[in-house]
Design a protein around this ligand. Sequence first.
Ligand code: CA
Length: 171
Amino acid sequence: MKKAFIVRASFALIAAVLLIGLAASAVWAQAQCAVGQFRGRYFKDGKQVFARCEPRIDFDWGTLGPEAGSSATDDKADGPSSRTVGVDNFRVRWTGRFHFNGGNYRFIVVADDGVKLTVDGAVIIDQWRSQSATEFSAMKRLTPGEHVVDVEYFEDKDDATIKVRWVRSGS
Ligand SMILES: [Ca+2]
C-alpha cells in the first residue's frame, strides 16, 4: 500500500519534472535567433525591457536611445513597443551563433560607453568604462564552423554608440 503510493508519487514527480523541462525548452527555443543573428536584450535598472533578433550590431543613437519598435523582428512578447530603456544608463547584451570559414579574425568594436566582447566564452575585448566613441580590436583564431559571439554594452550618458564587426585576416 505505502510502496504503491511512493511508486505513484515518484511517477507523478517524474512527469512533473518532464513537463517543466519541456516548457522550459520551448521558452528557450523561442528566445533563440537563427544562426547569423544576434539576440539583443535591452536592460534598464537590471531588468530586461525588450529583446529582438538583430542581424548586426551597428548603432549610433546619438543622445537618444534604442526603441523597441525600430526592428522588424521586435519581440513583442518581451515588452510592448512603447516601452524603452531611455536615453541614458541602459545596458544591452547581444549573443549569437555565427558561421566562420576558419582562420585568423580581427574583431573590431566602436563603443560609447563600455564594451566587453567574448568569443566562445573567452574575453578578447574588455573596455568596460565610460568613454567617448573609441575603436578597439583584437585577433582571434577560429576553427571552421559555428562560434558564439557575445557582446555586453552599457551607455552612461550623452552620446551612445556601439558597432561590432569582424574581418578575416590573412590565412
Ligand atoms: Ca555615452
